[in-house]
Design a protein around this ligand. Structure first.
Ligand code: GUN
Ligand code: ZN
Length: 447
């Protein structure tokens, strides 16, 4: 059944305004309240005020006491691979060897639906455990595996955009399709899943290197035929990859242009990595309103390079975080935020120093906007869905010590970025529904 009204009490921290363009600090409500009606935030403010207004309106709400730690918007992972959950940790290889020797043999196993079902369960569990409430998922090369993922996400209640991954060259043969089949299977999946509940569809050519121009054209046809679908792929990740793409697409100005000339660059496009951008590519992405999924642990693990955030921001290209599991080292966007901060530090004067507001923005609101879900999720404003995470370190840990001694909520968030892991995720909600089971949360009746 649908849960009744909730009155959430806790230290609320979110990043509703872009700190890169506005300089806005984090928004903090120290003893805050959120009234959640039908899964949506109907009121927010100081707990005493929200409680009184609810009472005056005759709203009987169950009080959810999340004091201790922080309540932040659910994390938005803008780039994560379903078939790689069981092969996280293949360190020390560079992209093309990692794909051939490590990731793609596992991806081939998803041809077997019973194997794919287990992977889908592990994958959705991994996202929820990390406090991710919204994800743009690179699905599988096998349509039944994509169905299984979207079924599992629907069962659990995770906000998921996913698509059939398509390739017609370079990869091992069992992962290849044809433009005709790619089009037919993508239209079939999207007609059944796009905009159904919390699910949406994303057209997903793996990368230009494994795509013929005809395959990219077929992807553009799906994008046009099924309104509102997103497009996601990879770009400018690794120097060897970039060289090979240039050789395969001699007409293209650069890597971004391989997508642009196919009609695949638009406001619903999310391209992962862009570690080695060109000025023309940045200008084209900015003009199209496309976004970049910055995947900092993956960029470090595969030796792809240090992501130049500053030129992205200067060109007006939208950037959000992605875990890139399994190139990345886990589902935690806390870890990605930390690695993003490290990366900009390592770039020295070329880096863009990241403050606590930038880090929460990149992990939440920026992702919601990149995915076209700005009205739904990404912050704790009135009108949004209650998609949230309770970060509360376990007693007795160093994280708990540092968070308890933090002078304010901003310092507590900083500490959670530095020290936090999935163990510090104490509760996860999407549309007001708890996704991670219920442990020790106290429910008091009000009204
Ligand atoms: N480029 C094409 N496929 C992949 C992938 O699975 N992971 C990463 N990091 N880059 C890719
Ligand atoms: Zn990827």
């Amino acid at each position: 059944g649908r849960p009744g009204p909730l009155l959430v009490r806790g230290t609320l921290v979110d990043a509703p305004h872009d700190p890169f363009t506005t300089g806005a600090p984090l928004r903090v409500e120290d003893d805050g309240g959120l009234l959640v009606v039908d899964g949506r935030i109907a009121d927010r403010g100081a707990i005493a005020d929200v409680r009184r207004r609810a009472r005056d309106a005759g709203t009987a709400a169950t009080e959810l006491d999340l004091r201790g730690g922080l309540v932040v918007p659910g994390f938005v992972d803008t780039h994560v691979h379903l078939p790689q959950v069981r092969v996280i940790g293949g360190l020390g290889l560079s992209l093309l060897d990692w794909l051939t020797d490590w990731a793609l043999p596992e991806e081939a196993r998803l041809a077997e639906p019973s194997y794919a079902a287990g992977v889908a369960t592990d994958f959705v569990h991994g996202l929820v455990e990390a406090g991710t409430t919204t994800a743009l998922v690179f699905g599988s090369h096998f349509a039944p595996a994509v169905d299984l993922l979207l079924q599992e996400a629907e069962r659990v209640g995770l906000r998921t955009t996913a698509g059939l991954v398509v390739a017609d060259r370079v990869l091992r043969p069992e992962l290849l399709t044809t433009p005709e089949r790619a089009h037919a299977e993508s239209v079939d999946l999207s007609s059944r899943w796009h905009d159904r509940g919390l699910a949406r569809y994303a057209v997903t050519p793996r990368f230009s290197l494994s795509s013929s121009p005809e395959l990219l054209d077929a992807c553009a046809d799906v994008l046009r035929d099924v309104p509102g679908t997103l497009m996601t792929s990879h770009v400018n990740e690794n120097p060897r990859e970039i060289e090979q793409v240039a050789a395969a697409f001699p007409q293209a100005r650069d890597y971004v242009d391989t997508y642009d000339r196919a009609g695949l660059l638009g406001p619903g496009t999310v391209l992962a990595h862009d570690v080695h951008p060109t000025d023309a590519g940045l200008a084209a992405m900015a003009a199209a309103g496309s976004a970049v999924a910055h995947c900092p642990t993956s960029n470090a693990a595969l030796g792809s390079g240090l992501f130049p955030l500053r030129p992205h921001v200067e060109h007006g290209v939208r950037v959000a975080l992605g875990s890139d599991v399994g190139g990345g080292t886990g589902f935690s966007l806390l870890k990605e935020a930390l690695q993003a901060q490290f990366t900009q530090s390592l770039l020295g004067p070329d880096g863009l120093p990241l403050e606590p507001a930038h880090l929460l923005w990149l992990a939440t609101r920026a992702g919601a906007l990149a995915l076209g879900l700005g009205d739904e999720t990404g912050d704790l404003s009135v009108g949004r869905s209650f998609d949230a995470v309770h970060l509360r370190p376990r007693a007795g840990t160093t994280t708990a010590t540092v968070v308890e001694h933090a002078p304010d909520a901003v310092a507590a968030w900083r500490a959670l970025v530095a020290l936090g892991t999935t163990s510090d995720v104490a509760g996860v909600w999407v549309r007001g529904r708890r996704l991670d089971g219920d442990d020790d949360v106290r429910h008091d009746h009000l009204g």
